[in-house]
Design a protein around this ligand. Structure first.
Ligand SMILES: [Zn+2]
Ligand SMILES: [Zn+2]
Length: 348
């Protein structure tokens, strides 16, 4: 086994502690990655806050780093290559979804980067708040040159999660897109929609995000608390990407959707209540999305390199992970924390 250092969760709410962990020896199709940067996602916060302590939990599922080891059959990478890894590290490879390049919807459930179960040895996967990760090479992606590796890390969860619905819903030049909620997911949705050529509007609780909306390339801001503004924007958008991370009424956002348009929920993935008439009037569609398949992930990285898109980040030494989680819980970040893992020795 390989030994490395990580930030590991205790029981619900307890601070993460620096702890050593073991990684598997490389299989024929594995690579070892020195984790340099890992984003901090709402999923991490939720996992830490609800952790029972029964099994070890190391969060972190959007990271970039450098290849430091190669399984004997790996040909896609060389030592020293910069790579990016997201929240899926394996899938069955055989079901209809995997065959369609939608490993994120694998019928046997994709193996998650942490909190998943390895398909070969049955062990629990441990995430990338850690100095080393061992991953099947097919689920690592070359990090395109020119993308800052720290600011690119959030592309691998937040970025792909908004990229797939934008593409699947046909967003391109002239499309009218609204992004509800301007956080980790939302700010990347705005950048990507703008780069795809869409006329892009932010829907936010307050007018305080007007400056950021413009800076991100957005064309307009609608204040969701302002009934007049919301009413004036009725039926205006082909696609509404709802990135709000907490339970909320989706009816006001359905009202913004144009005839035959779609509301895609990507922030809060719990139960929603919908009046069928809110869909009926305007033949509106309600959809959702999360993560992405391998082809879409590779395409997203390529697109981001072409358009110079990365996340707006606040970079912290990994030793400040608990501060990052606390501030994320208060939405006190513009717009994504990324941990710099160089304060952990790689091997010990
Ligand atoms: Zn995530
Ligand atoms: Zn599958």
């Amino acid at each position: 086994m390989r030994s490395t250092l990580s930030w590991q969760a205790g029981r619900a709410g307890a601070a993460l502690r620096r702890t050593s962990l073991r990684r598997r020896e490389l299989r024929a199709d594995d690579i070892a990655v020195r984790v340099d940067y890992c984003g901090v996602c709402h999923t991490d916060l939720h996992a830490v806050r609800t952790h029972t302590g029964d099994a070890p939990l190391v969060p972190g599922h959007e990271f970039t780093g450098v290849v430091t080891g190669l399984g004997r059959e790996v040909t896609r990478f060389a030592l020293g290559d910069q790579v990016a890894v997201g929240n899926i590290v394996d899938s069955c490879g055989e079901c209809a979804m995997c065959q369609a390049g939608q490993e994120n919807f694998c019928h046997e459930f994709p193996t998650l980067t942490y909190g998943g179960t390895d398909r070969h040895d049955g062990t629990s996967t441990l995430g990338a708040f850690s100095r080393e990760y061992v991953v099947r090479d097919e689920f690592a992606y070359p990090l395109p040159a020119g993308l800052d590796p720290a600011a690119a890390a959030p592309l691998m969860c937040a970025g792909i999660t908004v990229w797939e619905p934008l593409r699947a819903l046909g967003v391109g030049p002239g499309a009218r897109v609204a992004v509800a909620g301007l956080g980790g997911l939302g700010h990347l949705a705005v950048k990507l929609a703008v780069a795809l050529g869409a006329e892009t509007t932010v829907v936010s609780r307050s007018a305080g995000k007007a400056g950021d909306t413009r800076r991100l390339g957005g064309h307009d801001l609608i204040v969701s608390a302002d009934q007049r503004q919301m009413a004036a924007a009725r039926d205006r958008f082909d696609v509404v990407i709802d990135t709000i991370a907490v339970p909320h009424d989706v009816a006001p956002y359905l009202k913004l959707v144009a005839l035959d348009g779609t509301l895609s929920l990507v922030g809060h993935l719990g139960a929603v209540t919908v009046q069928a008439t809110d869909l009926l009037i305007g033949r509106k569609k309600l959809s959702s999305a999360g993560s992405g398949g391998r082809p879409a992930t590779a395409a997203m990285l390529e697109f981001c390199a072409q358009h110079g898109i990365t996340a707006d980040i606040e970079l912290l030494p990994s030793a400040r992970v608990n501060e990052a989680l606390d501030r994320l819980a208060r939405n006190d970040v513009r717009y994504r924390f990324v941990l710099d893992l160089s304060d952990l020795p790689q091997n010990r």
